[in-house]
Write a protein that binds this ligand. Structure first.
Ligand code: ADP
Ligand code: MN
Ligand code: MN
Ligand code: MN
Length: 335
């Protein structure tokens, strides 16, 4: 039987790019997936008169939805002359991963998201608001939990696809959830996070539900959605690594503005200083401090080695950009 290969790519939507995909039928036994093309004028990636963009396969996963030998093929978008398209943020991440390889950077990204139906988060009544936040985080029971069937299906799908999910949990606002990808290297974590997002949208679709990465899906006294980015280098993970963790925090502080400008559209609205965030215009780091820009987990402070957690990135980040910047800032400061 021929294989259905779902080619997945990131479009040029502004201000935040989105995922697109289409199906290519390839012969049974295909392992080397061919380049393909698409109409860039329909994805904000080209003009109508020069509409062709190129899909270059970069990572292949088993397709947990179609099953069998079918696959998901993550692609980079290229121009017809073979150069990376301006919207292709992975190409720069490839160069950075190579340059700082000896530091063996690792990431675990906590992807928060919100499930919506009929324009309201799951668990929100048709009018007005549910009970205030307090019991929903890691809750159990129909009064607190909304959409668990979707989240469980998504977890199974990720594991079947070979994505390194390290856990899931219900979040602080009703209908809000999190999954974590990692720890993995720079390219692997970002590739897998984009594919995990695609699976989330695709599975929620079957339930008539929209999954969104909107960083502040409900205004007012409701938690926003982030993508806490946990980061370490080889030096940080080794005995005595604590001094490298502190140096990493300081290096990130020196470049706070550059990072904030790349931590997702609307990051100022989410980082208010309330709801377990530091203000967007202030920088701080501290052990166990969920009101800091960067938290050093208490276990890391005890072990004197491990990783740091950058709490600033929004749910709607491009992980190729965020992970690349963290490596450039922290590893670039090490020599
Ligand atoms: P939180 O307490 O902030 O909710 P989570 O358990 O949700 O933390 O996420 C922590 C993430 O950190 C996980 O994805 C985990 O894989 C990742 N992680 C653990 N150790 C490291 C490490 N040394 N380097 C990078 N990431 C790590
Ligand atoms: Mn978490
Ligand atoms: Mn969380
Ligand atoms: Mn966290």
């Amino acid at each position: 039987m021929p294989i259905k290969a779902e080619y997945i790519w990131i479009d040029g939507a502004e201000p935040t790019n989105h995922l697109r995909s289409k199906t290519k039928i390839v012969p049974d036994g295909t392992t080397d997936f061919p380049i393909w093309g698409f109409d860039g004028s329909s994805t904000n990636q080209a003009t109508g008169d020069k509409s062709d963009c190129v899909l270059k396969p970069v990572a292949v996963y088993q397709d947990p939805i179609r099953g069998g030998d079918n696959v998901l093929v993550l692609c980079e978008v290229m121009l017809v002359d073979g150069k990376p398209h301006p919207t292709n943020t992975r190409a720069a991440a490839v160069r950075t991963a190579k340059k700082y390889k000896k530091h063996e950077p690792m990431f675990g990204i906590e992807q928060e998201f919100t499930l919506f139906k009929g324009g309201r988060p799951l668990g929100f009544p048709p009018a007005g608001f549910p009970a205030p936040q307090g019991g929903y985080y890691c809750g159990v029971g129909d009064d607190e939990i909304h959409g668990r069937d979707i989240v469980e299906d998504h977890l199974d799908a990720c594991l079947d696809a070979g994505i390194s999910v390290s856990g899931i949990n219900a979040e602080v606002m009703p209908g809000q959830w999190e999954f974590q990808v990692g720890p993995l290297g720079l390219l692997e974590v970002a590739d897998q996070l984009w594919v995990a997002r695609w699976l989330l949208y695709r599975i929620a679709e079957d339930y008539g539900v929209v999954a969104t990465l909107d960083p502040k899906p409900v205004k007012g006294d409701w938690n926003g959605a982030g993508a806490h980015t946990n980061f370490s280098t080889k030096e940080m993970r080794e005995d005595g690594g604590y001094k490298y963790i502190e140096a990493g925090c300081k290096a990130l502080g020196k470049k706070a503005e550059l990072h904030m400008a790349n931590y997702g559209v609307g990051v100022e609205d989410r980082l208010t200083g309330a709801h377990e965030t530091q203000r967007h215009d202030q920088f701080s780091y501290g052990v166990s401090d969920r009101g800091a820009s960067i938290r050093i987990p208490w276990q890391v402070a005890v072990d004197k080695k491990g990783y740091l957690e950058d709490r600033r990135p929004n749910a709607n980040i491009d992980p190729y950009v965020v992970a690349r910047l963290m490596v450039e800032t922290v590893c670039g400061d090490m020599k």
